[in-house]
Design a binder for this molecule. Sequence first.
Ligand SMILES: NC(=O)c1ccc[n+]([C@@H]2O[C@H](COP(=O)([O-])OP(=O)(O)OC[C@H]3O[C@@H](n4cnc5c(N)ncnc54)[C@H](OP(=O)(O)O)[C@@H]3O)[C@@H](O)[C@H]2O)c1
Length: 237
Amino acid sequence: MLTDPLTALYEPLLRHPGSKPLIIAQIGQSLDGRIATPTGKSRHINGFAGLDHLHRLRALVDAVVVGVGTVLFDNPELTTRRVEGRSPTRVVIDRSGRSPRDSRWLRQDGCHRIVFSENPAGWPEAVERIGTDLESDIFEPGKLIAALAARGHQRILIEGGATTVSRFIDAGMVDRLHICLAPMILGSGRSALDLRPIDNLCDALRPRVRPYLLDDGNVLYDCDLRSDAGGGPHGDA
Ligand SMILES: NC(=O)c1ccc[n+]([C@@H]2O[C@H](COP(=O)([O-])OP(=O)(O)OC[C@H]3O[C@@H](n4cnc5c(N)ncnc54)[C@H](OP(=O)(O)O)[C@@H]3O)[C@@H](O)[C@H]2O)c1
């Protein structure tokens, strides 16, 4: 059964007490589980409905995180242009510093910008760089979140892409995963997730899931990764 309206969807963010970080990851994918074409084009799989949802999420978090692959393919602004609310701190994980220094996320617009990178060269002056000189295993997702939390960021959106979201899920860092299914079939291209392989169905994640109907035939699945819905075949036949 689909759930509407959307109020319940944003409740965890709205009522988050802030005592420990709340991590939400999002994926916009086709019916066949692709987030981009083979040449990396993903804009905008979920249309305006998906964009509105993404901007609402950004408005409700303290920081939005993407991997450098997303910067290179999409050059996102990571702001809240389509909804009311302030834009969050923009965070890019870019170990070797491949992000072009004129990328949109680096624009000076009053938002704090953080890069996790080993490369100190060429970042605009106000950009905060965090690297292994600060902490040796800082690129480990748990350490990365701790570094953001230490800077006052308690609600964090992992926006993409597939590699980054998968690493945070594999590390057990994601509380809620929003999967937005667009009514289209790409048939080829990037898979939405690339998690550590499992041998048996009993090892699959089986979170409690609540589906929401968005506009234009998009269906958003709100997956509570801290829950276990049980059910299903445990063990292979
Ligand atoms: N449909 C959607 O919802 C959506 C959302 C965002 C992006 N996208 C699409 O996704 C594609 C990009 O995804 P992607 O998987 O190729 O790239 P990505 O996840 O954006 O970035 C991956 C890169 O980020 C760095 N990185 C991420 N986490 C790290 C960690 N914990 N430690 C160290 N480095 C880390 C690594 O860079 P280095 O290799 O330099 O170390 C890694 O190769 C594009 O086609 C984009 O359009 C789709």
